[in-house]
Design a protein around this ligand. Structure first.
Ligand SMILES: Cc1cc2nc3c(=O)[nH]c(=O)nc-3n(C[C@H](O)[C@H](O)[C@H](O)COP(=O)(O)OP(=O)(O)OC[C@H]3O[C@@H](n4cnc5c(N)ncnc54)[C@H](O)[C@@H]3O)c2cc1C
Ligand code: FES
Length: 283
């Protein structure tokens, strides 16, 4: 019998993107769309918030799709099947508010396609017509296409370099849907902050209710430290307990970008020293 936190599977989905099946039966049984876990790789490890992209209650596993962006995620990518994360805490955060709206467009950009997946599944189960837009820089970075096809009535793909699907941005594809099929009843957008900002600006023009999933820096994930503070409609909210999903038309995206960059120098130093260690010890 595996232990909680044990890596059951670790597969590469794209360059610097890994998909982990982690044994966590209590979380697999309770999790809902939009929720996340906080993982610590070992006793000294920092806390890494990660969205639960899927779960298998029979196998007792949760799926995490993780992009290597710094030291902790680079260390995580080196975990082998049978190794164990010291802590997997969750499910955390407020679950996605799912209701039958009619036609809902789910926009996933880059690694944001992974957290968009359980939302598309839940929206479809609730009886919505789900159109998913998957955006990436290039073809090799389009992840979870088969899973999103299964979770959606229609999937549209776009790449920045035109190597797959429409040559353009997710906002171009969304505008195309609005022009050809009329206004959808709701839009969900998950991905880079700048993408969520521009999707929200477009949908505001057309008064389409829009939900975005924010990824401020989190520490405890329980509303205690204040690290994940975001401004929504002029009011302070905590991403970990009040979110991570918020009304895209009310988010102060510029402040979020600034706060995310707060520790950039330390993050770069930490990654450089880890890479140096790996080169020296050939790991
Ligand atoms: C609710 C939530 C869900 C997330 N889900 C996913 C996911 O499913 N897949 C995925 O690849 N990433 C996800 N992230 C982002 C992920 O947590 C960070 O990429 C990771 O913590 C970076 O750690 P690092 O040491 O590798 O990089 P670092 O070098 O420490 O940081 C690189 C960048 O990652 C962000 N970051 C760093 N530490 C944190 C932190 N404690 N909390 C949030 N962001 C941080 C910052 O923007 C930073 O500039 C999520 C973040 C949040 C808040
Ligand atoms: S992560 Fe500490 S309050 Fe949200």
């Amino acid at each position: 019998m595996p232990e909680t936190g044990e890596v059951i599977k670790n597969t590469i989905l794209a360059e610097k993107v890994n998909c982990y099946q982690v044994y966590a039966p209590a979380i697999a049984a309770k999790r809902m769309a939009g929720q996340f876990v906080i993982v610590r790789l070992d006793e000294e490890g920092e806390r890494i918030p990660l969205t639960i992209a899927d779960a298998d209650t029979a196998a007792g596993t949760i799926t995490l799709v993780v992009q290597e962006v710094g030291k902790s995620t680079a260390r995580m990518a080196r975990f082998k099947v049978g190794q164990k994360f010291t802590d997997v805490v969750g499910p955390l955060g407020t679950a996605t508010h799912i209701e039958k709206r009619g036609t809902v467009v789910v926009v996933g950009g880059g690694i944001g396609i992974a957290p968009a997946h359980p939302i598309a599944q839940a929206l479809r189960r609730a009886g919505n017509r789900v159109i998913s837009i998957l955006g990436a820089r290039s073809k090799d970075l389009v992840i979870m296409e088969a899973e999103m096809q299964k979770a959606s009535d229609e999937v549209l793909i776009c790449t920045d370099d035109g190597s797959y699907g429409v040559h353009g941005l997710v906002t171009d594809v969304l505008k195309g849907i609005i022009d050809k099929q009329g206004k959808p009843d709701q839009v969900f957008a998950i991905g880079p902050v700048v993408m969520m900002k521009f999707v929200s600006m477009l949908t505001k023009e057309f008064s389409i209710p829009t939900v975005v999933s924010l990824n401020p820096i989190m520490v405890d994930g329980t509303g205690m430290c204040g690290g994940c503070r975001v401004t929504i409609g002029g009011k302070t909210k905590f991403g970990c307990v009040d979110g991570p999903e918020f009304d895209g038309h009310l988010v102060d995206f510029d402040e979020l970008v600034q706060r995310q960059a707060f520790y950039r120098e330390q993050e770069q130093e930490s990654l450089a020293s880890f890479q140096h260690h790996c080169e020296r010890h050939k790991v």
